[in-house]
Design a binder for this molecule. Sequence first.
Ligand code: NDP
Length: 236
Amino acid sequence: MSTSRTVLITGGNRGIGYAIAEEFIAQGHRVAVTARSGAGPEGALTVHADVTDAASIDAAFTRVEAELGPVEVVVANAGITRDTLLMRMSEDDFTSVIDTNLTGAFRVVKRASKGMLKARFGRIILVSSVVGLYGGPGQANYAASKAGLVGFARSITRELGGRGITANVVAPGFIETDMTAELAEETQAQYKSSIPAGRFATPGEVARVITWLASDDAAYISGAVIPVDGGLGMGH
Ligand code: NDP
């Protein structure tokens, strides 16, 4: 088994973040999740935080550090969509998605890097999307935010790679969560027909890739984009 770590996951009260927390707990790690509402799974410390607010992120980290120790693994998972065609997309539709998905990850990772630099160890995992590199009609804001995470992870790798810190991107395809449940049945069927695997994934299938990236076995992987999309994107 891999060394037991202190892990913080943003948006761990539902969906993929909740599954990631469950998987880290099952593997014996100390786990904290941030939530704006609700709570993470049993065994996780839930702290209130909004990724659009740097002060709330700072307070969340301070509490986690006090209760579980310095954060060694951070998973920037919190994300939103505000899909609409470019012609109808307001500036607020665009900037609010960037602020949560990209600048939110920056706020979280910047705060996490303090302790990681001191420890000369860290695992930074950013939850992107197949759409980040594939694009999606009606998703200019979301795709831009998710593609931005790739440049962000690669720059961190170049800056901090010599200090025992890795930064990687996981790019899920369609996963069974609230985000995809909103899609009409017909749209879901259309998407499934274009996925080589012929199905959506479970949140656990994403979570187990993330726990592996945080493990001792993945120490030499950094700046990578790992697709978990049943072959939908191919060509990252
Ligand atoms: P959900 O909509 O089920 O959950 C989103 C999570 O993000 C919730 O915990 C939510 O908290 C949190 N969140 C949103 N905004 C903020 C904020 N400002 N501050 C703190 N937390 C926030 O999404 P998924 O679980 O499906 O998605 C998780 C990640 O995976 C996202 O980054 C998403 O883009 C990505 N992804 C999802 C795919 C899918 O098919 N589902 C595919 C590819 C990528 P709250 O409950 O308080 O709103």
